[in-house]
Design a protein around this ligand. Structure first.
Ligand code: GLU
Length: 472
């Protein structure tokens, strides 16, 4: 049985797009193998917790469709799925390691540790705990029992090499002498990441740990823990971090990193997942566009690439545009209505306008940028039209005569007028476009005018006489 997980820490306002890429692989691998995908919240580093971060993360993951089989919200056979609710479990396992001689109590004060570290640094040694407490375990244990003295539990790092296999990077060998005796249980009773993650992945029967490469330096410590407990290792897969187009690490300074930012722009969840699926993996047939179901079918851990994938929001938008184009009008209508639900747009009107812009928009938020004039008379024009009053009067008289208000007929009558007035088509239509839509760029003009209706168009043509704010 394949069981995968993501184990986010609620230390940010939302889910990072890189974490969604990781979550997607975990999700796909579980689904492909008819297994389970678990979400576990790792909230043991209390100082870094961002208020509301967990709820936001869980809601964003649902919004993009990565639905967990087990999580703090839906529960499951290994609940609780929030580490802060599992403290007694970590304590028990940490103490078990002490009994086995694989870990020890440490009562060194912060002052002593700081002094030790600066002395080591002065001697150009790697700062490492000097194991003072290891030699006095009996006294320390009785001190803890009788006086309740503050203590931590440290992992006793064994000598020799630590070997493990990464499913994409191959065998990794580390010399344990460079590893400090890690604190695994803090004095406040919270585990550190290493203990929490190993205990939970074991108890929750996780078979594959697919996570970002930033966790690779932690894995040898985890391997030591697995061995200390006598547990089998899961399959480790460390995937490369996303980079900006200039190859720098994806960070808030260059591009937005929070997933909701993209969804709030009207990037479709399925397009975002499709794009992220291509981060460090390619479709065996070289396809760019594929569904989540297809991805699940063809994805294989062994095909994950180790080169750093580039997350380019411009390409993401391009892909989103491809998705928007391939959907039927009705489906885009509902997506637009849902996206702008606060604005309560007229459903019929949205439906009529979609065919005009479906090929042009790249994200749902482009819709009103192009189409707002259908719902609201423009309040300002991108070009000053104040000296065009007479011209618009002529257009008015011409259009007033049109009885069959259809794009083709409107177009013909306007072309005739342009000829008669000897105005170049480009200038002629630009001015009409501006007065009708407010903008220099709009959906096709004749079709837009047909949708707006004769009365509204005539009104907009006369409006210029008393309303002439313009903006550039
Ligand atoms: N809590 C870690 C994080 O915030 C989890 C790392 C892991 O997947 O082991 O991403």
């Amino acid at each position: 049985m394949v069981r995968t997980r993501i184990a986010p820490s609620p230390t940010g306002a939302d889910v990072h797009v890189g974490s969604v890429a990781t979550a997607l692989m975990n999700y796909a691998w579980a689904k492909k193998n008819k297994g389970q995908f678990v979400i576990r919240i790792e909230d043991t580093d209390r100082t870094r917790i961002v208020e509301g971060g967990e709820a936001q993360m869980l809601s964003t993951l649902k919004r993009i469709g990565l639905i967990a089989d087990e999580s703090p919200e839906v529960g499951g056979p290994y609940a609780p799925y929030r580490q802060s609710e599992r403290l007694n479990i970590y304590k028990k396992y940490a103490e078990e390691l002490v009994v086995k001689g694989k870990a020890y109590y440490c009562i060194c004060t912060q002052e002593r540790l700081a002094k030790m570290r600066s002395e080591q640094q002065a001697k150009k040694q790697v700062p490492k705990y000097d194991r003072l407490c290891l030699a006095h375990q009996k006294e320390i244990i009785s001190k803890i029992k009788s006086e309740g003295v503050r203590h931590v539990i440290r992992l006793l790092i064994p000598e020799g090499q630590i070997k493990f296999n990464d499913a994409v990077r191959g065998e990794i060998i580390i010399d344990a002498k460079n590893i400090d005796d890690q604190v695994i249980l803090k004095s406040d009773g919270f585990p550190t990441y290493h203990l929490g993650v190993v205990v939970d992945d074991h108890l929750m029967k996780i078979t594959h740990i697919i996570r970002g490469e930033e966790w690779l330096p932690s894995t040898p410590k985890h391997v030591i823990l697995y061995q200390a407990f006598g547990w089998d290792l899961p399959t480790f897969v460390h995937i490369s971090l996303l980079r900006n187009p200039d190859k720098s690490k994806l960070s808030k300074r260059k591009n937005p990193v929070w997933t909701s930012y993209y969804l709030d722009q009207g990037i479709l969840p399925e397009a975002l997942l499709n794009y992220l699926a291509l981060m460090g993996w390619s479709h065996p047939e070289g396809k760019d566009i594929f569904s989540l179901d297809e991805y699940i079918k063809v994805f294989d851990i062994k095909d994950i690439q180790t080169s750093s994938p580039i997350f380019d929001p411009v390409k993401l938008e391009w892909m989103n545009g491809m998705y928007i184009r391939k959907y039927p009008v009705l489906s885009i209508k509902y997506k637009v209505l849902e996206f702008y639900k606060d604005k309560k747009l007229d459903e019929k009107l949205v439906e009529k306008t979609i065919p005009l812009i479906q090929d042009r928009i790249k994200k749902l938020s482009d819709y009103l940028t192009l189409c707002e004039f259908f719902f609201k008379t423009p309040k300002k024009y991108e070009v000053d039209l104040s000296n065009k009053k007479e011209f618009f009067e002529k257009v008015y008289s011409e259009l007033e005569k049109v009885t069959d208000w259809k794009a083709l007929v409107i177009g013909e009558s306007l072309i005739n007028l342009a000829k008669k007035l000897e105005i170049k088509n480009s200038q002629f239509f630009m001015d009409i476009r501006l007065v009708i839509t407010g903008k220099k760029i709009s959906p096709p003009l004749n079709e837009s005018m047909e949708i707006l209706g004769k009365e509204e168009c005539l009104k907009r043509l006369t409006r210029i006489q008393f309303f002439c704010i313009f903006s550039v």
